[in-house]
Design a protein around this ligand. Structure first.
Ligand code: HEC
Length: 145
């Protein structure tokens, strides 16, 4: 088969599957973000109890990995469906990616604080991390629809 025939068939398949693929990536990022919410709750439980913060490092590493991959979970075309993603994610992509980079920076500081075992420093870094989530949610996440 000529190469262009293969390419043509592949493009047709992508066209048909496009809507289904968008919904898959929406489910994937929403599941992942719910997991991030659970991580945040678990971290808060430890700082509230003034517990040992060092075991939190593995959790925070998972979060850093997730947020490093977050922009890829918002491909063009995934703004409609069962999602609260706002069109600003695609019209202001640089701002969206900057907001995400800020969260990664805060998580890196949170990781260092947790690894040191310093509860006060971990509590402060946790607060900054939570604030960075809001810095993305306000401009880029809409109400449930
Ligand atoms: C760069 C932007 C960005 C950052 C940073 C970000 N979020 Fe979100 N978050 C979103 C968007 C956009 C949605 C909506 C996703 C959708 O509905 O498709 C969302 C949705 C969520 C949801 C709801 C998932 C669901 O559908 O049930 C939770 C929970 C969540 N985020 C937690 C967090 C936490 C915790 C942080 C910080 C540690 C964070 N997010 C950081 C953009 C971000």
């Amino acid at each position: 088969m000529k190469a262009w025939l293969i390419v043509g068939a592949a493009l047709a398949a992508i066209g048909t599957a496009g809507t289904a693929m968008a919904q898959d990536v929406i489910s994937q990022r929403r599941d992942g973000l719910r997991g991030m919410g659970r991580h945040m709750e678990a971290i808060k439980a430890v700082t509230d109890a003034r517990g040992d913060t060092r075991p939190l490092v593995a959790r925070i590493d998972e979060m850093i990995t997730f947020y490093n991959g977050l922009p890829a979970l918002f491909p063009a075309g995934s703004g409609t469906g069962d999602t609260r993603a706002l069109p600003t994610i695609w019209s202001d992509r640089a701002g969206f990616e900057q907001a995400n980079a800020n969260t990664v920076t805060q998580l890196t500081a949170l990781r260092a604080a947790a690894a040191s075992g310093d509860v006060a420093a971990t509590t402060a870094a946790f607060g900054q991390t939570g604030a960075s989530c809001g810095t993305c949610h306000r401009p880029y996440r809409g109400p449930a629809r």
